[in-house]
Design a protein around this ligand. Structure first.
Ligand code: RB5
Length: 149
């Protein structure tokens, strides 16, 4: 189950990504927003991120104008590694090396077709583990206020 959410600036792109998920046979849960009325991206970033952190959803995709605000919101939730990506290479590598459990997109930054390529790269790439797990564990240690050196 994929959590998906956006603010008012990204409604159209969210629909495109939902169609892509459906075409790939993937289930998603849409945490809003559902209209183009101006809203606050932290609300929707938090909803999707909390669903991922709790295990209700396996991974999440969040979208705002730049992707920055909603990724910041998601990353405030313990256990979330949300990567803002504007290219497929970064999307692939953030799965392979960072085990990013959430992806953020900027609807005012990238086009629909590029966004789809980014989502596909992110969905299709497994975490490599090994030395990268050591580093991801260090991110968790930072989150927990534990030493990393
Ligand atoms: C909304 O105008 C815009 O600020 C928001 O979508 C996002 O880009 C914030 O980071």
């Amino acid at each position: 189950m994929i959590a998906i959410a956006c603010d008012h600036s990204a409604l159209e792109l969210k629909k495109e990504i939902e169609d892509l998920l459906t075409a790939r046979g993937l289930e998603f849960k849409d945490f809003g927003t559902y209209t183009t009325d101006s809203c606050h991206y932290p609300v929707f970033g938090a909803r999707a991120a909390r669903a991922v952190a709790s295990g209700e959803c396996d991974r999440g995709i969040v979208i705002c104008g730049t992707g920055i605000g909603i990724s910041l919101a998601a990353n405030k939730v313990k256990g979330i590694r949300c990567a803002l990506c504007s290219d497929p290479y970064s999307a692939k590598m953030t799965r392979a090396h960072n085990d990013a459990n959430m992806l953020a997109l900027g609807a005012r930054v990238i086009g629909v077709e590029l966004a789809k390529m980014i989502v596909e790269a992110w969905l299709d790439t497994p975490f490599e583990g090994g030395r990268h797990k050591t580093r991801v564990d260090m991110l968790t240690a930072i989150e927990n206020g534990e030493p990393v050196e």
